[in-house]
Design a protein around this ligand. Structure first.
Ligand code: USQ
Length: 381
């Protein structure tokens, strides 16, 4: 397949590009280094150095023989994106090109505006470029479980059947996000759904929970190919942060009561999920929504797991409950359904002690690079 990956420099984008090129697909990645630039501005650089996209593509080609085409361009500029679609004619577009940090979106008017503009403009441009140049192209978009929030009822897979005054209909499951970033994803979903039902596009919206992990099969071959692994308060997701905190002997930063429950998945499973979505096509006019995570934990359970894994490698991990910098429920009902991807063939890599120990050992190799200034939360809302 001809696969276009937007946001190909990211934590998910780069490993996806290598994994799909290794399967023989013709892969083209576009990125404007938005995350790299924000990381530099906010002192949130990744733990390991990441060569730029051109360099990574060259290293990958030398190692594997597979080519990845690279363009450094801004997907929020329609003229640029339109040209890429017109020339490359993708069978599938994987849209990761969003500002992905909830805390960054909550710093100020400017960062909120930047997040809103970037995320909605890119989604809108993707929709129009597909409509104009390749209406058969399957749009695979990364949504987030955070779109649903933490409702006091079960979270269904995208849709909810409602009975009202003895009549029934099916609607998008209600959404109530907890940050401006997550809200842009809600708006993305609405945009996609409008264009899918009106113009017959084909789209899969993957509602992903927080991802953890340092490497994938392809990344393991050369450390210069590792994904950009963040542990700061802006781009670091909770499990990755806890692993680095454990290695650095900093007490794990559980926000508030620690009863916040989310659905988690290993980076290796993100790649599987995206590939499964791609290899299982859908009809024109269908918006397929899949909840993309493999297991649910509270933040306190995660901290306990990292502590146990730390004991195995001789670390004395402490857990600290600190004032929650976010407005979110700290003890709540959470039961999210996620059978769609399993039915498509997902084989989960669960968060076993062995997996956590392996990750701690990997992090430990870069312990000398950990900057403990980047650990405590700097953004509050
Ligand atoms: N948390 C802590 N301590 C920390 C960091 C986080 O207790 O040091 C808590 C947060 O308060 C939250 C939970 O852990 O309750 C998850 O936080 P996170 O920072 O790992 O994830 P979040 O900000 O929600 O965003 C991440 C990704 C985002 C993706 C989302 C999926 O950055 O792109 O959309 O996970 S979800 O959380 O399901 O919305």
């Amino acid at each position: 397949m001809r696969v276009l990956i937007l946001g190909g420099d990211g934590y998910l984008g780069w490993p996806t590009a290598m994994a799909l090129s290794a399967k023989g697909h013709d892969v083209f990645v576009v990125d404007n280094y938005l995350r790299r630039n924000i990381a530099l501005k906010t002192r949130s650089e990744a733990l390991m150095p990441n060569p730029n996209l051109h360099e990574r593509a060259e290293i990958w080609k030398a190692l594997s023989g597979y080519s990845i085409s690279v363009e450094i361009a801004d997907c929020s500029d329609y003229r640029v994106l339109s040209q890429v679609f017109r020339e490359f004619q993708p069978d599938t577009v994987i849209h990761y090109a969003e500002q992905p940090s909830a805390p960054y979106s909550m710093i100020s008017f400017d960062t909120a505006r930047e997040t809103l503009n970037n995320n909605l403009n890119v989604t809108f441009n993707v929709i129009w470029a597909v409509l104009k140049h390749c209406p058969d192209c399957h749009i695979i978009k990364l949504g987030t479980m955070g779109e649903y929030g933490t409702p006091n009822i079960d979270i269904e897979e995208g849709w909810l059947e409602i009975e009202h005054k003895s009549r029934r209909d099916t609607f998008l499951y209600p959404r109530q996000a907890g940050s401006l970033y997550h809200t842009t994803k809600v708006l993305d979903t609405d945009l996609l759904w409008f264009y899918v039902r009106t113009y017959g596009l084909k789209a899969t919206d993957l509602m992903q929970g927080p991802v953890y992990g340092l490497s994938t099969d392809e990344c393991e071959q050369d450390e210069r190919l590792l994904p950009n692994f963040h542990y700061d308060d802006i781009f670091g997701t909770v499990v990755n942060r806890f692993l680095v905190q454990a290695a650095a002997n900093v007490p794990l930063t559980v926000y508030g009561k620690g009863g916040q429950t989310r659905g988690y998945l290993n980076l290796k499973d993100t790649l599987q999920c995206v590939e499964l979505a791609m290899n299982n096509p859908i009809e024109h006019g269908e918006l397929r929504i899949l909840n993309q995570f493999t297991e649910q934990f509270t933040v306190s359970e995660l901290a306990e797991k990292v502590k146990q894994a730390g004991n195995q490698v001789g670390l004395n991990v402490q857990i600290d409950s600190i004032k929650n910098p976010r407005k979110e429920a700290e003890a709540h009902y959470y039961n999210a359904h996620h059978s769609g991807l399993i039915e498509l063939g997902l084989k989960p890599h669960y968060m076993s002690e062995e997996v956590l120990v392996q990750m701690l050992e990997q992090v430990n190799k870069y312990k000398y690079k950990i900057d403990s200034q980047k650990i405590m939360p700097r953004v509050r809302w």
